[in-house]
Design a protein around this ligand. Structure first.
Ligand code: MN
Ligand code: MN
Length: 468
C-alpha cells in the first residue's frame, strides 16, 4: 500500500530537487499579453524576410530608423553611439557603444538569417513533355520528401550581362502566381514507396513547375520554355544566360500563422534561425547605453557550414571587431579575448509524437522558455565549443537575476544524431561562447513551429545580456 509523502519529504524535495516549469503558468496575464503582442511583430518579420538578403535589408532599415549609422573606420565613437555594417547584402553587424572601455570586451549576440530552401541551379530553365521547370539544388539539410506539393515563392537577384541587378520577389503577393514541385499519386507509388526515405524524393526530382502554356501559333520544340522566357524577359528584362549570374531561392509561399485553438504557437517557414535573429534584433535596437559594448551579428551560410565570405568561418566578424577596436586605439585581439557571446540558434523541441529520439531529462520543451545548451555536436561532442562551467554559471546567474524563463537541453539522445551551430567558430576567436535559442518542432521543414512564450523568453534573455 502506498503511503502518502510526509511534509518533511515534500519540503526537502522542493529545496533540493530541480523542477521544470511551464512558462505559461509562471507568466502573469500582463506578461502573456506582451508576449503575444511581441510575436505579432515577429510574424510580420517572418513574412517580410524569407531569405538572408531580405532579412539583411529589413535589419538595415530598422536599424537606420533607430538611429544606427554606417560604421566608419576613420570615425571616433563614444558611449551610446550606434553603428552597423552590412556584408555583401547578406549579413549584418550592429553595435551600440558601451560605457566601459572596449578593451574589456563586448557582449556579442550571434544568429543566422539563412534557412534551408531550394536554390535554382545556374542553368535552371527547361521544358519536358509540355511542362516548364526550374532545376534546383537544395540548400541546407532538408528532408527532401517534405518539399513537393508545397506552394513556393521565388526570391533573389539576377545580375544581367550589363552588370545591372534585378530583385525578384514572386509568389508572396495575394495576386502573384506560386510555384510547386510535384509528387506521385499514391495509386502509382508502389515502386516509390520501396525507396528509402532519404530518396523518397531524390535531389534531381526537386524540379519546380513554372508553366505549361506553349508559345502560340507556331510549331517547333521548346515552345513552353520560349513562352516562359518571353514572360521573364518582359517582366525582368532578362535572357536565359542571365540565370548564370543569379541567386534565386524557392521558399514556401505561405505566411506565418498562429497554431492551435489557444494561439500559443507560431507556425512559419524559416524560424530556424530567424526566431533568434528577430529577438536579437529587437534586443539590440532597444539598447540605450549599455555598460559593455553590445554587438549583434546576423550572419549567412550557417545552414551550409558557415563557409564563404558571408558566413561565420570568414574573417568579417574579426575584422569588424578589429576596426571598431582601432577607433579606440585598442587591439582587436584584446577585445575578442575579453568578449562574451550568446550564440543564438534554435534547438529541437521535444516532440511527443516522436519521443524515442529525445532524452527527457536533457531536452528542450515547448513553453519551457529559452533553451541554454552547454555543448552541441555529435558522436562524443565532436564539433562543439563546449562552454565552461564558469561561463554557464555566469549566464545562469544573469538569466535568473532578470527572471528570464529558461531551460537546458541538448539535441536528442546521445549518438542518435546531432548538429552544430556557429558557436564553435566564435569560440575559436577566444570568445567565451554558449549556445542559447528557441526550441522548434519540425525543424528544417517548410512549416516550423515555436511557442510564443519561448520566443519572448529569448528576447528577454538577449535584452538581459545586452544590458548586463
Ligand atoms: Mn540554425
Ligand atoms: Mn538549421
Amino acid at each position: 500500500m502506498a503511503k502518502k509523502e510526509n511534509n518533511n519529504v515534500k519540503q526537502l524535495k522542493e529545496k533540493l530537487f530541480m523542477e521544470r516549469k511551464n512558462a505559461v503558468q509562471i507568466m502573469s496575464d500582463t506578461e502573456l499579453k506582451k508576449c503575444d503582442k511581441f510575436c505579432e511583430g515577429y510574424k510580420k518579420f517572418l513574412d517580410l524576410a524569407k531569405t538572408e538578403r531580405e532579412a539583411a535589408a529589413y535589419i538595415e532599415k530598422e536599424a537606420i530608423a533607430k538611429g544606427f549609422v554606417p560604421f566608419d573606420r576613420k570615425a571616433s565613437y563614444k558611449a551610446g553611439d550606434k553603428v552597423y555594417y552590412v556584408n555583401r547584402e547578406k549579413s549584418v553587424i550592429l553595435a551600440v557603444i558601451g560605457k566601459d572601455s572596449i578593451e574589456n570586451g563586448v557582449n556579442l549576440l550571434a544568429a543566422h538569417i539563412d534557412s534551408p530552401r531550394l536554390d535554382l541551379k545556374q542553368n535552371p530553365l527547361y521544358e519536358r513533355d509540355g511542362v516548364g521547370y526550374f532545376k534546383t539544388h537544395y540548400y541546407g539539410g532538408i528532408k527532401k520528401y517534405q518539399w513537393p506539393t508545397v506552394p513556393l515563392s521565388l526570391h533573389g537577384v539576377i545580375v544581367k550581362a550589363d552588370g545591372t541587378k534585378v530583385t525578384v520577389t514572386l509568389g508572396e503577393d495575394e495576386n502573384d502566381p506560386v510555384f510547386c514541385v510535384s509528387d506521385l499519386l499514391p495509386h502509382l507509388a508502389n515502386t516509390q514507396y520501396k525507396r528509402p526515405a532519404t530518396e523518397l524524393i531524390k535531389g534531381e526530382e526537386l524540379n519546380i513547375i513554372i508553366g505549361s502554356r506553349p508559345f502560340k501559333d507556331d510549331e517547333g520544340s521548346e515552345l513552353v520554355k520560349l513562352n516562359l522566357m518571353m514572360i521573364l524577359n518582359e517582366k525582368y528584362g532578362i535572357t536565359e544566360a542571365d540565370f548564370l549570374s543569379a541567386e534565386l531561392e524557392a521558399v514556401p509561399a505561405f505566411k506565418a500563422k498562429d497554431v492551435g485553438l489557444d494561439r500559443g504557437l507560431v507556425g512559419a517557414y524559416g524560424q530556424d534561425d530567424r526566431v533568434c535573429a528577430y529577438t536579437e534584433l529587437m534586443a539590440i535596437l532597444g539598447a540605450k547605453t549599455p555598460r559593455r559594448t553590445a554587438v549583434a551579428i546576423l550572419t549567412d551560410k550557417e545552414e551550409t557550414g558557415s563557409d564563404g565570405n558571408t558566413g561565420l568561418c570568414s574573417a568579417y566578424l574579426k575584422y569588424f571587431i578589429s576596426d571598431l577596436a582601432a577607433t579606440f586605439g585598442v587591439e582587436g585581439r584584446t577585445v575578442l579575448s575579453n568578449s562574451k557571446c550568446l550564440s543564438a540558434d534554435v534547438n529541437a523541441a521535444f516532440d511527443p509524437t516522436f519521443p524515442d529520439v529525445f532524452e527527457k531529462k536533457n531536452c528542450a520543451y515547448l513553453n519551457g522558455g529559452v533553451c541554454v545548451t552547454k555543448y552541441t555536436g555529435s558522436r562524443g561532442k565532436s564539433g562543439t565549443s563546449d562552454a565552461s562551467a564558469e561561463f554557464v554559471g555566469e549566464i545562469r546567474a544573469l538569466l535568473d537575476s532578470k527572471k528570464v524563463i529558461w531551460q537546458t537541453g541538448e539535441l536528442g539522445k546521445v549518438d542518435i544524431g546531432g548538429g552544430g551551430t556557429v558557436a564553435a567558430y566564435i569560440a575559436n576567436l577566444d570568445v567565451d561562447t554558449i549556445d542559447i535559442g528557441v526550441p522548434v518542432l519540425s525543424m528544417h521543414a517548410p512549416f516550423e513551429i515555436t511557442a510564443k512564450t519561448d520566443v519572448y523568453a529569448a528576447y528577454k534573455a538577449f535584452e538581459a545580456f545586452i544590458n548586463a
